[in-house]
Design a protein around this ligand. Structure first.
Ligand code: MG
Ligand code: FE
Length: 171
């Protein structure tokens, strides 16, 4: 007989939400990567973080398996937060690279908050064996958020320079 505590239930739900969040991250980043032409540094970073994100999903799968929770059947419902961003219609605008930069920065900070919260729940529930995986995911989100923060100026300047040169049709 399994002893179900409320904290365990909160933790499992949080991990499943994180699983959905990471799949949403992939669905946000992959279309951007396929469209970028003029910003190779952004493309390289997105490519790197897509691969990191796939590793994050594997870590979450492992945590759910440790809790005897099957992640293979997760529906991964879209988060309303990202649904709103997707509706912004970035692909039709000449300044897609800027709007995507804002959205990516917002999403990474959403992820940072999610992992900080999950680490707190893990602490409360005594799930010490989950800490290293959650911290690994958190550190990757922090690094991505930092990169986006530090590169917003150069991306903006390049956008302005390309616009001046009449390259606005390409992102
Ligand atoms: Mg992530
Ligand atoms: Fe991320």
């Amino acid at each position: 007989m399994t002893y179900e505590t409320e904290t365990r239930s909160i933790f499992v739900t949080g991990l499943k939400n994180a699983h959905a969040m990471e799949n949403q991250a992939l669905s946000i980043m992959k279309p951007q990567l396929s469209r970028i032409e003029n910003y190779p540094e952004v493309a390289a970073k997105l490519d790197q973080h897509i691969r990191e994100t796939e590793g994050q999903i594997t870590r979450i799968d492992g945590l759910l398996a440790d809790l005897n929770e099957d992640s293979s059947s997760l529906k991964d419902m879209a988060l309303s937060f990202t649904g709103a961003m997707a509706a912004m219609g970035h692909t039709m605008a000449g300044d897609e690279i800027l709007k995507n930069s804002f959205a990516n920065f917002a999403f990474e900070n959403f992820e940072i908050a999610a992992y900080k919260s999950l680490l707190t729940i893990a602490e409360l529930g005594g799930f010490a064996n989950a800490t290293s995986a959650l911290k690994a995911n958190l550190e990757e989100e922090k690094a991505m958020a930092k990169w986006l923060d530090e590169n917003l100026r150069s991306v903006t300047m390049k956008f302005a320079s390309l616009k001046e040169a009449g390259e606005t049709a390409k992102i």
